[in-house]
Design a protein around this ligand. Structure first.
Ligand code: ADP
Ligand code: TRP
Length: 356
């Protein structure tokens, strides 16, 4: 890497709906600094989204909504490359090459694959983890897992290695996939010659972890079936307020950050992250006040923070031409980098050079 070249961060998300306050505090708040220190690529991974049951019209709509949410949150398109995965040639091609150095058993061992397979009524036979022996426990008519679901982590590895990303922000549930990506990169480098950068997880500076409002021992997540536990960036103010006012707390009355008060601690983390105040400052401020008043303050802060984001989002959604221009230049920049790396990988793999 030359001196004036910044290291590369690749962030990817599936266009499966709305960002949460957890994503906002745990990831988005890091972006401004990340953009200064790194060359940042943001991929909207629509090819991953089709591995599960989905509606094409919704996928299309959510893809545009995703980029509008990013920009509304302050992700400056002038300082980053935002692109749609299927617009860049190379993701599927590299995934194919990587699949040829990836044992099937490693894919079957992936926790997320097992969870998704279990949701479809399958259990992996423990004795034969390395064989494709899946026991179907439900109705035989539903007995099918698509190959894309198994192959998913290879496509994810290709996303990362296609840009030779130095750092990748990943949540807890994606760490195993990043590990597989590192293994595949090492395997390729050893088999052919040094080609891929081995990616490291990106740890942001404002790493607060936001918990579910309905169950403060669980992470707030967009895929939580209990939607009352999750604050979505685009929730109406009245919904935000309702969810926060009914957040689970304990039976006491003190507003203090303590491990045996996970609900209050979570609300303090939210308030502290949005206002920049420390736990001590907040504890002093709310000393002697009741839970109701405290929750009201939290909800006011959340609404105040999200109002301008929501306004900007709705404006952007009426400006498709602008959003598409962002995606076009993002895809061009991504393609330029991807082509270089893919050409190198193709040559090393022994593909005959393209005839021009
Ligand atoms: P989700 O569970 O909502 O689908 P992901 O696992 O896709 O979220 O994570 C996307 C990014 O947002 C990651 O960088 C992750 O660390 C961050 N993130 C997700 N949920 C939270 C949370 N509850 N608290 C803090 N950060 C979070
Ligand atoms: N699997 C990731 C998720 O569901 C999304 C993803 C796809 C990803 N490709 C990636 C994340 C590459 C980081 C890097 O959250």
């Amino acid at each position: 890497m030359s001196k004036d070249q910044k290291p590369v961060v690749l962030t990817c998300a599936q266009p499966t709906g709305q960002l949460t306050l957890g994503n906002y505090i745990g990831a988005v708040l890091n972006w401004e600094k990340m953009l200064q220190d790194y060359e940042c690529y943001f991929g909207i991974v629509d090819m991953h989204a089709i591995t599960v049951d989905y509606k094409p019209s919704e996928l299309r709509k959510n893809t545009l909504s995703c980029v509008a949410q990013y920009i509304a949150c302050g992700l400056d398109p002038e300082k980053s490359h935002q692109f749609i995965q299927s617009h860049v040639t190379g993701h599927a091609e590299l995934a194919w090459i990587l699949s040829c150095i990836c044992p099937i058993g490693e894919l079957q061992r992936m926790t997320q694959f097992k969870e998704k397979a279990a949701k479809l009524g399958f259990q992996i036979d423990k004795e034969s983890e390395n064989n494709l022996k899946l026991e179907h426990t439900g109705a035989p008519s539903q007995a099918s897992i698509n190959a894309g679901l198994l192959y998913y982590p290879i496509l994810m590895a290709a996303d990362i290695l296609l840009y030779n990303a130095d750092r990748v922000p990943v949540g807890e549930d994606q760490k195993q996939h990043l590990e597989l990506c590192r293994d595949l990169a090492n395997r390729f480098n050893n088999k052919y010659s040094d080609t891929f950068t081995i990616p490291e997880p990106f740890i942001g500076t404002t790493g607060a972890r936001i918990m579910s409002l309905a169950d403060p021992t669980k992470k707030m997540s967009k895929s939580d079936v209990n939607r009352n536990g999750t604050l979505f960036l685009l929730d109406e103010p009245s919904i935000l307020k309702k969810k926060i006012m009914s957040a689970v707390t304990d039976s006491g009355s003190d507003i203090i950050a303590s491990d045996d008060k996970p609900g209050i601690q979570n609300l303090l983390t939210i308030l502290g992250s949005l206002t920049g105040k420390s736990n001590q400052e907040l504890e002093d401020k709310f000393s002697g006040k009741g839970y109701g008043e405290f929750k009201k303050s939290v909800s006011e802060s959340v609404i105040e923070k999200l109002e301008p984001i929501q306004k900007r989002y709705h404006e952007l959604m009426t400006d498709k031409i602008y959003l598409e221009s962002v995606l076009k230049s993002g895809a061009e920049a991504a393609q330029k980098r991807a082509f270089k790396i893919l050409s190198k990988v193709s040559r090393k793999s022994g593909y005959y050079e393209r005839i021009r």
